[in-house]
Design a protein around this ligand. Structure first.
Ligand code: PLP
Ligand code: COI
Length: 369
C-alpha cells in the first residue's frame, strides 16, 4: 500500500501512535522550556541538483549523521522558534510563522545554505501541530514551542558549503522560559566578549552565535547575574541585545511614554516580538522608537529619571523585565528591582493577541486547526 500523503502531496504521513493521556499529562503539568517533545517530527531532505525532496511526518527519533557530516565540523546549522497557541474557540493558531520562515531563509543565505520555500515551512508546521495537537497547552502563557532547524549533512571534510541538508521540525510544550517566571532579571554588561560584529552573522539565527555566547553567559552567572547584555563590537558602548532576546528601554519624555529599542545594524537579531511590540506600543498610545542607546545613556537616563523601565523580549520568554544592571562601572537598580507597568501592559497585550483573548487586528495569527 502506498504511504498516506498530506493534502498537498508533498509529505508522507507516518505518525507514531499517541502516548497515553497520563504520560502526556505528566509532562505537561510543569513543562518548563524545551524538556519534553511531542511524538512526531517532520523531516525534509535537500540535495544540490534535486532540490527539496519529499517530506515526512514520522516518529520523533534520532537523526543519523555521518561522522564526516559537515555540520559537525564547520557548523552550517540554523534554527527558528515560534509558538502555537490554544484559542478560546478550541482552535490552534501560530503567531506570524511567515516571519519566521522569511528569517529562516535570511539565515540560510548568510550560511550559504538553500532556501526552504515559505509554504513548505508553514505546511510542515501545520502537519506537526495538527498531528500532535493534544500537546498544545490550554492556559494563557503556555504554548507549543516549534523548533525548525536545518543542518548540513554531506560527508566531506573540505571547507565548502555542503551539497546535502536536512530540514527538521520538532515541537515542545512550553511554560515559562526562565524558571523564576516573569520576575525581573539581573544582567551583566559584557565588556570582554562580543556577540556579533559588522559583516558577521549577528542577524542570522545560526547555531554558532549561541555557542559563542555561552562563555559570556557563564561569566554573567559568575558575577551573580541571570543574563548577559551585549554591546557593539566597534565602539564597545552601544547596547545591542540581552542574551538571546532583544532589549527595550522605557522613557518618559515631555510627559509621553516611549519605548526605545536599539536600531537594527546587522549585528542584532531582528526579533519578531521586537517588531510586534513596536506596533502594539503605538496602539496603546505609547511612542515607539529605534535608536542607539549607550551604556552611559542607560546609567545617566536612569539616574536622572528619564528612563523608567528596561525589559527584554523574545518568543520563548515573551517579555522579561530587567531589575538590576551590573557592569565594571557598578550596579544600577531599575524600579526597585520590580516589574514596571509599561512592560506589564505590553506583555499582557501581546499574550492576549496570541491567545485570542482580544481580536487579531493585524492578521498576525495563522490558523492551524
Ligand atoms: N535575539 C536573539 C539573539 C534571539 O535568539 C532571539 C530569539 O529568537 C531574539 C532576539 C528574539 O527574536 P524573536 O522575537 O523573533 O523570538
Ligand atoms: C527566544 O525565543 O527568545 C529565544 O531566544 C530562543 C532561544 C531558546 C534560542
Amino acid at each position: 500500500m502506498p504511504p498516506p500523503l498530506s493534502a498537498s502531496g508533498r509529505f508522507d504521513l507516518h505518525p507514531a501512535p499517541p502516548v497515553s493521556d497520563e504520560t502526556r499529562a505528566a509532562k505537561m503539568k510543569n513543562p518548563g522550556f524545551g524538556r519534553f517533545f511531542t511524538e512526531n517530527m517532520v523531516v525534509i531532505p535537500y540535495k544540490d541538483g534535486a532540490g527539496w525532496g519529499r517530506g515526512i511526518l514520522k516518529p520523533y527519533s534520532p537523526i543519523p549523521i555521518d561522522p564526516a557530516g559537515s555540520v559537525l565540523h564547520y557548523g552550517q546549522a540554523i534554527f527558528e522558534g515560534f509558538k502555537a497557541y490554544y484559542q478560546p474557540d478550541g482552535s490552534i493558531k501560530t503567531f506570524r510563522p511567515e516571519a519566521n520562515a522569511n528569517r529562516f531563509n535570511a539565515s540560510a543565505d548568510r550560511l550559504a545554505m538553500p532556501n526552504l520555500p515559505v509554504e513548505l515551512f508553514i505546511e510542515a508546521a501545520e502537519l506537526l501541530i495538527a498531528q500532535d495537537r493534544a500537546w498544545v497547552p490550554t492556559s494563557v502563557g503556555e504554548s507549543l514551542y516549534m523548533r525548525p532547524f536545518m543542518i548540513a549533512t554531506e560527508a566531506a571534510l573540505g571547507v565548502k558549503p555542503s551539497n546535502e541538508y536536512l530540514f527538521v521540525l520538532i515541537a515542545s510544550p512550553a511554560g515559562a522560559y526562565f524558571p523564576q517566571g516573569v520576575k525581573p532579571v539581573t544582567v551583566w554588561i559584557s565588556e570582554d566578549y562580543v556577540r556579533a560584529a559588522p559583516g558577521g552573522t549577528g542577524f542570522a539565527k545560526c547555531a554558532g552565535n549561541y555557542a559563542a555566547s555561552l562563555v559570556a553567559q557563564h561569566q554573567a552567572k559568575n558575577e551573580g547575574c541571570d543574563q548577559v547584555v551585549w554591546i557593539d563590537a566597534i565602539h564597545r558602548k552601544y547596547i545591542e541585545e540581552m542574551g538571546g532576546m532583544n532589549i527595550f528601554f522605557v522613557y518618559v519624555e515631555n510627559g509621553k511614554t516611549i519605548i526605545v529599542t536599539p536600531t537594527l545594524t546587522g549585528t542584532l537579531l531582528p526579533g519578531i516580538t521586537r517588531l510586534s511590540l513596536l506596533e502594539v506600543a503605538k496602539e496603546l498610545g505609547f511612542g515607539a522608537e529605534e535608536r542607539k542607546i549607550s551604556i552611559d545613556d542607560w546609567e545617566t537616563d536612569l539616574r536622572e529619571g528619564r528612563m523608567t523601565e528596561a525589559f527584554a523580549c523574545g518568543t520563548a520568554a515573551v517579555i522579561t523585565p530587567i531589575g538590576t544592571v551590573k557592569s565594571t562601572r557598578g550596579t544600577w537598580v531599575i524600579k526597585d528591582g520590580n516589574q514596571g507597568p509599561v512592560s506589564a501592559k505590553l506583555r499582557e497585550t501581546l499574550l492576549n493577541i496570541q491567545h485570542g483573548v482580544v481580536p487579531d487586528t493585524h492578521g498576525w495569527m495563522h490558523k492551524i486547526v
